[in-house]
Design a protein around this ligand. Structure first.
Ligand code: ATP
Ligand code: MG
Length: 602
């Protein structure tokens, strides 16, 4: 007798795959792309019946989609367990209190789903769980001997995203693997961080994803060192830059502009106000400067980079207060909204309105200069290139007037610097070892060395070896599990449909019967049983539909192998198609099962 589990009656219990018949599968494929879909993965996952939209950013998983999702979860779980992380599951419905303690109830802003119970108690739907993990460890552990520990969950998260997008790529309800490490000291944190970094590499390699690891900003999490895993994709919302010479790579939000050396102020010509009628834009200003011979001071023509553009933005702080801030950047660059947004977090950038200008008459549109801002108590932040001693052509705060030769550190003193200007291809790498080029990606994972932000907030201490309390140091690490389904679809599809890597395909093989003949049908049943007996997960298209319809569906659904039992059956031949390479080969029907098993088991 084998040692399989059995019921008391002797029936064999096993969790082996079953044969799934398309005639019974809860599936409708669609001929047309959904009207709201822009990116290929969204179109295909809906057309192939993997997911269905319920509300903006809220999706149902149908059988095929759920199988892929579960397999991705499985890969993530295995690799997390392999680094010694322990799985737990916290509620998604959370009380306000802990998030009040860390101020994230407010700081998280509009992204947080807040709700009340019948008694008027405040709750939220967890967007990420640092608070609860810190409290959970505090509740259970009290001695240094228990540390380090890493806990994780694979759980539903809620974020009221401003722009839910591309189906499950950016959902308002989505599944994340989030883990949290707790260590006694910084070296321990670094070890936990590196263990995650390596686990993530293994996860994404197993999933067959092309990705880069880039330096990141830490956003609403707080903390210091952090890196993102970005999947290569033209539809990605993240822009990253890499320096091919040095290997430096960073999310564009995290690029630190190399500041030039400060220049001596002595000897710089005085600032002079000029009449510059009709020059409200940088282009018109440069044209005026060259016509007026300003370039002679420079020994070359004036360019947009010699001008200082002052952009007014309105910030909404977490406490609800708004603030108008002036940002000075070299005139040859635009403000990059994402870099600006990341720089001012947790404040949010709002559109500045005509009413704001009306309320601050010293802001002369097209001619704003540092002087009026500073005289009127408006914070003035500048690009890191605006170092002491640099001389600028900028607004004179009077309609139709600009000032030439305004020197930083002499004629104006900024309140600080800000990373808000766009990063461009060809810019110097922050490590000084080459130039930057940019590409787009989708964030699939994020690892943070959080530090003490949360353990300080909740006083998560254990008794140390010397009897004194030790505050734990924390890391937090996320993988977008549901997003991964879309990311793989995005990277692997072709014009005909989805194309799943074997590790996460809903089925190992898709058998299509394309022959009405009774003998062929019976033969197909035998082949399917044979594949099943070898432990393969088989999708069997036993429908009476035309071969053309079935082939199209097979391409759309995207199993890695398609076995066609068609006209060749009478001559003892079947066709094996590889969905990845598109290659098809005729193989003997008699040994079809063994051939397919060998290909799949490789
Ligand atoms: P993004 O910049 O894409 O909004 P994030 O930086 O807010 O992501 P984290 O808080 O770092 O995301 O969450 C960890 C992981 O969860 C991300 O790397 C991403 O893969 C996934 N994720 C985040 N937001 C969503 C979402 N709205 N839908 C699906 N997956 C998401
Ligand atoms: Mg992130």
């Amino acid at each position: 007798m084998d040692n399989a589990l059995r019921t008391p009656g002797g029936r064999r219990l096993r969790c082996a795959p079953v044969i799934t018949r398309l005639s019974h599968l809860f599936l409708r494929t669609l001929r047309d792309d959904p009207a709201d879909a822009e990116v290929p993965s969204h179109k295909l996952l809906v057309r192939a019946g993997y997911v269905r939209r319920v509300a903006p950013g809220v999706y149902s998983w149908l059988p095929l989609g759920l199988k892929v999702l579960r397999k991705i979860e499985g890969v993530v779980r295995e690799e997390m367990n392999a680094i010694g992380a322990q799985e737990i599951s916290l509620p998604a419905l959370l009380p306000r209190d802990p998030y009040e303690t860390t101020n994230r109830w407010t700081e998280y802003g509009d992204g947080l789903f807040r709700l009340q119970d019948r008694k008027g108690g405040d709750y939220l739907l967890g967007p990420t769980h640092e608070e609860l993990f810190a409290l959970t460890v505090k509740g259970e552990y009290s001695s240094y001997k228990d540390l380090p520990v890493t806990l994780y969950q694979i759980q539903t998260k809620y974020r009221d995203e401003e722009r839910p997008r591309a189906g499950i790529l950016r959902g308002r309800e989505f599944i994340m693997k989030d883990s949290y490490s707790f260590d006694l000291d910084e070296d321990g944190l670094k070890r936990s961080y590196n263990a995650h970094r390596e686990a993530y590499q293994r996860i994404f390699d197993r999933l067959g994803v092309r990705y880069v690891i880039v330096a990141a900003t830490s956003g609403a999490m707080g903390g210091s060192a952090s890196e993102e895993f970005l999947a290569d994709s033209p539809v990605g919302e993240d822009t990253y830059v890499i320096c091919r010479e040095s290997g430096y790579a960073a999310n564009v939000e995290a690029v630190v502009t190399p500041a030039p050396e400060a220049q001596p102020i002595e000897g710089k010509p005085d600032a002079v106000v000029h009449d510059t009628p009709g020059t409200p834009t940088i282009a018109t200003l440069v044209e005026w400067a060259n016509a007026a011979g300003i370039g002679e001071q420079y020994g070359r023509p004036v360019t947009a980079a010699d001008t200082l553009k002052n952009v007014m933005v309105k910030l909404r702080h977490p406490d609800g207060k708004t603030e108008i801030v002036g940002i000075g950047i070299p005139g040859d660059r635009e403000v990059d909204d994402k870099r600006l947004g990341a720089s001012v977090e947790p404040a949010e950038v709002e559109l500045i309105t005509e009413a704001d200008f009306a309320a601050n008459p010293f802001l002369v549109k097209g001619y704003i200069g540092p002087k009026a801002l500073q005289e009127n108590g408006i914070r003035y932040l500048v690009d890191p290139r605006v170092v002491g001693g640099t001389s600028w052509i900028t607004g004179a705060d009077i309609e139709g007037k600009h000032v030439v030769g305004l020197v930083a550190g002499r004629d104006f003193t900024p309140d600080g610097t800000i990373e808000a200007a766009e990063v461009r291809d060809g810019d110097p790498s922050p490590d000084g070892r080459g130039t930057l080029v940019s590409a787009r990606g989708i964030e699939i994972g994020h690892i943070f060395q959080l530090g003490y932000k949360y353990t300080d907030a909740f006083e998560v201490d254990v008794l140390g070896e010397n009897g004194k309390p030790v505050r734990l140091i924390m890391g937090s690490y996320g993988v977008g599990v549901s997003r991964m389904v879309a990311v793989v679809a995005e990277q692997q599809h072709d014009e005909k449909g989805l194309r799943w890597p074997a590790e996460i395909a809903p089925f190992d093989v898709h058998v299509v019967i394309a022959n009405k003949d009774e003998a062929a049908r019976a033969g197909a049943e035998d082949v399917v049983s044979g594949l099943h007996a070898h432990g393969l997960d088989v999708l069997f298209d036993d429908r009476t539909a035309s071969p053309g319809v079935k082939f199209k569906d097979a391409e759309l659904l995207g199993m890695p192998w398609v076995l066609v039992i068609g006209r060749g059956w009478a001559e003892g031949k079947v066709e094996l198609r590889n969905r990845f390479t598109g290659e098809a080969e005729e193989i003997p029907a008699a040994s079809a099962v063994e051939t397919v098993v060998a290909k799949i088991r490789g």
